[in-house]
Design a binder for this molecule. Structure first.
Ligand code: ZN
Length: 488
């Protein structure tokens, strides 16, 4: 993988480390019992603890701990037996306590690895995870609700997050994109987060520096904030890379600062100095005891880890020989798609046909109807029935595609649609002979030439029979019947 480096390619290398904030899918907040439900009216999901009222005390949500440990183990991290919650002090209107509860020098987990691809020689391209720590989210400032005022919604204040910090080992925006997609996939498989960027459950800050190609030491980095889509990360990295390269080329020095990404103008601009301040004066939160994790608990969570993407890909290669690596890649890209595939393969009895249908018709239908596979109108059992109808010669491939389109629209089972729309393949000689007779009678000159030995005309005649039967005739049997007529 190489970076999209444009005019600076070959001169400067882009070096990136990413900080990814992931919302854990708990029903309640991290230090109180308020709901984490997305889309509630502003400030509805609040209580004295997450409003920061004096005297309210935080109480650890054990399910958040469970999910955070699971995330850490899925990323190959070492989970620490003791970690400490710390206050990260800063003032902002959407942070009523005046500090955010996070973890600082004693994070939950350290030293993980994410494999983002494979080199031509088969060795993995691995990116180190420096740390994974737990923290609470802040609230949200709303600038576009009232003409001359900013509103604050504290529904998100106290929503549980993990922050996953990578080593500065990504070389370019292509690798950054691959890392984010892989990370998202692992977290989805581990079932720790909805990983929905639209709902803010996955947010990214990027640290980026540049250096001359071949140089070993790292350059001064800047941090880009406000990144809320993977394509935004890619575009922001390329914009900031070009800015840094321009400064270097003109003999200037890169200043360590926080940059904000503006997706509308596709520009990075320096944050006001206060926005970039890193003087948080962390100290241990006196209201929360150290988080102690007995080894038995960590081991139990490790044993209960769901199957992760890499393991599923290896299993598919074993259980479904004949699938291409591309097939496997696509089928395992989402948990629910793989689940659907496995049900379809098992119930249809033909894993290759099942893969072809999903990669072709199913993905196209999901795309055009904007459905997710988990809520797709066509259930695997019904699609398996359709595949068996094709394999058994009950319907032709062409008819099967028509039936599938009706299944997508109505959710009806395929047999009912085939009957209703008269799409069942007719192999019964009575009907077929009648169609053959009619076609020969209606096309006397082709018929005479065919019966006189011009065998290549059979294609035309079969085509006529198929048209007459509206696709229902079994073409193989029609061929046989016509050949019999010609005395073959
Ligand atoms: Zn609360």
């Amino acid at each position: 993988m190489t970076a999209a480096t444009g005019r600076w390619e070959g001169t400067y290398e882009m070096v990136v480390g990413l900080e990814v904030h992931v919302q854990l899918k708990t029903a309640t907040k991290i230090f109180c019992r308020c709901s984490t439900n997305f889309g509630a009216p502003p400030n509805q999901n609040t209580c004295p603890a997450c409003l920061g009222l004096p005297g309210a005390l935080p109480v650890m949500n054990d399910h958040a701990v469970e999910l955070a440990v699971r995330a850490a183990l899925a990323l190959g991290c070492e989970v620490q037996a003791t970690s400490i919650f710390a206050r990260k002090n800063y003032f902002y209107p959407d942070l009523p306590k005046g500090y955010q509860i996070s973890q600082f020098d004693r994070p939950l987990a350290t030293r993980g690895t994410v494999t983002i691809g494979w080199r031509p020689d088969g060795s993995p391209v691995a990116v180190g995870i420096t740390r994974l720590h737990m923290e609470e989210d802040a609230g949200k400032s709303i600038h576009d609700r009232f003409p001359a005022a900013t509103a604050v919604d504290l529904n998100r204040a106290g929503v549980p997050l993990v922050e996953i910090v990578s080593e500065p080992e990504l070389r370019g925006s292509v690798e950054a994109d691959a890392y984010l997609k892989t990370l998202k996939q692992i977290l989805e498989y581990a079932d720790v987060s909805d990983v929905s960027m639209e709902e803010g459950s996955l947010r990214v800050d990027a640290n980026i520096s540049t250096r001359r190609v071949g140089e070993a030491s790292l350059g001064t980095k800047t941090e880009i904030k406000n990144l809320n889509s993977f394509s935004g990360v890619v575009r922001a990295l390329e914009a900031e890379y070009a800015r840094q390269c321009g400064i270097r080329d003109a003999g200037g020095r890169i200043e360590q600062q926080t940059m904000l990404w503006d997706a509308n103008t596709a520009e990075v601009r320096p944050a006001r100095s206060k926005e970039g301040s890193h003087d948080y004066r962390y100290f241990p939160d006196p209201d929360l005891p150290p988080l102690i994790l007995p080894i038995e608990r960590i081991d139990r969570i490790r044993r209960e880890l769901p199957e992760l993407p890499q393991a599923r890909r290896q299993r598919y290669a074993r259980e479904f020989p004949g699938l291409t690596s591309y097939d496997v890649e696509v089928l395992t890209s989402q948990v629910a798609l793989g689940d659907y595939y496995e049900q379809l393969a098992r119930q249809s009895g033909d894993f290759k046909a099942a893969a072809n249908w999903i990669l072709g018709e199913v993905l196209a239908a999901l795309n055009s109807t904007h459905q997710s596979i988990a809520h797709f109108t066509v259930r695997p059992a019904d699609l398996a029935a359709l595949l068996r109808m094709v394999a058994g010669g009950v319907v032709s491939r062409t008819a099967a595609k028509q039936i599938f389109a009706r299944m997508v629209a109505t959710g009806d089972p395929p047999a009912a649609i085939a009957r209703r729309e008269r799409l069942e393949q007719v192999s019964d000689d009575g009907a077929l002979v009648a169609w053959v007779d009619q076609v020969l009678a209606e096309n006397p000159s082709e018929a005479a030439r065919f019966l006189g030995g011009e065998t290549r005309l059979i294609g035309v005649l079969v085509g006529q029979v198929m048209r007459k039967s509206k696709g229902a005739a079994d073409p193989k049997r029609v061929n046989q019947l016509l050949n019999e007529r010609a005395g073959k």
